[in-house]
Design a protein around this ligand. Structure first.
Ligand code: ZN
Length: 312
């Protein structure tokens, strides 16, 4: 005798089959990458592709990308570009280009104010000079003028000094700059924070720019990691903050100054592939979205003397 499945059960099974994959996806953190522009020689498309692939590979994130129109694109294209921030838990940006249209900018500020997470990587901190709300979020930005705002350095023991506009350590008062691209040691300054928990206290970072002399309001900056910017590599001679977070309204903003990626025609630097950098970006995305970090430190992780690059 053939068993007949009651129609009601058939419907339930059909619904379950339909719903279950979506339910699994719902457990993922909803992340939006904003891209479309960066100052030369940064390869923003390559940056997006890298972070997207690594975020998806981790299994923790569902990733969408919203690409801003070209700077001189016809106005209707800009009018049509309206990323819906509030659909996401975290916005990741290396964007450095034309200021966003006012409705986009306002909705971004509201999103963070209401608790949205933001992770700004490398050239993303070069963006939007003269916009105080952005400066508050990032704390320090790539600002050429030493008078633009405060400068932050740390001593060997981790003590933070905030220097006023036109001020700096030992009379060295630059605006934003970087020395030669080189591999350098990153020092974790807060080993209890979820983003840095379990990492070696010092690790070698893949060849990269080392931003120095960043300027801004630097209010409520929680410095997580620094690197010493050696004068021998044309740096500032100070411990420079490279990774920090700042509360903004109900939201959290993490800034990571590492991760330079060259356009193919300009060079070969691809610091985003550094295993430590990638983990720090992914963990920052997890943390600003949920307040927790689950991504483990992989076995093949940089040591004090050796950097590790992930395969492309
Ligand atoms: Zn760069």
């Amino acid at each position: 005798m053939t068993k007949v499945i009651p129609l009601s059960l058939q419907i339930i099974l059909a619904v379950l089959t339909f719903v279950m994959p979506a339910a699994a996806d719902d457990a993922k953190i909803k992340l939006l990458i904003i891209d479309g522009a960066a100052n030369s020689p940064h390869d923003w498309a390559k940056m997006t592709a890298w972070y997207r692939s690594q975020l998806e590979k981790s299994g923790r994130f569902s990733v969408d990308v919203s690409t801003a129109p070209r700077w001189l694109a016809p106005q209707p294209q800009w009018d049509a570009w309206r990323p819906n921030f509030k659909n996401y838990q975290v916005v990741l940006s290396c964007y450095n280009g034309r200021m966003w249209p006012e409705p986009v900018w306002k909705s971004f500020l509201q999103y963070v104010q209401d608790g949205g997470g933001v992770v700004i990587v490398h050239c993303g901190n070069n963006s939007f000079p003269g916009y105080p709300e952005y400066d508050k979020m990032i704390g320090l930005g790539w600002r050429d003028d030493p008078a633009y705002g405060n400068r932050v350095t740390l001593d060997d023991g981790g003590k933070v000094t905030v220097h006023g506009p036109k001020q700096g350590p030992k009379g060295f008062v630059p605006g934003a700059s970087h020395g030669d691209v080189h591999s350098y040691r990153v020092v974790i300054r807060d080993r209890e924070h979820p983003i840095t928990l379990g990492l070696p206290p010092v690790f070698m970072h893949a060849p990269d720019e080392l931003y120095d002399g960043q300027r801004g309001p630097a209010i409520n900056m929680h410095v997580l990691a620094t690197a010493f910017s050696d004068r021998q590599t044309r740096g500032s001679g100070a411990h420079e903050p490279l990774l920090w977070w700042i509360p903004y309204g109900q939201g959290k903003v993490v800034t990571n100054l590492m991760g330079h990626v060259d356009l193919p025609a300009k060079g070969k630097v691809n610091a985003a592939r550094c295993a430590a950098h990638t983990l720090l970006v992914l963990r920052a995305c997890e943390w600003v979205a949920t307040g927790k970090v689950t991504l483990p430190v992989p076995k093949n992780f940089p040591t004090e003397d050796k950097f590790v690059e992930l395969p492309e």
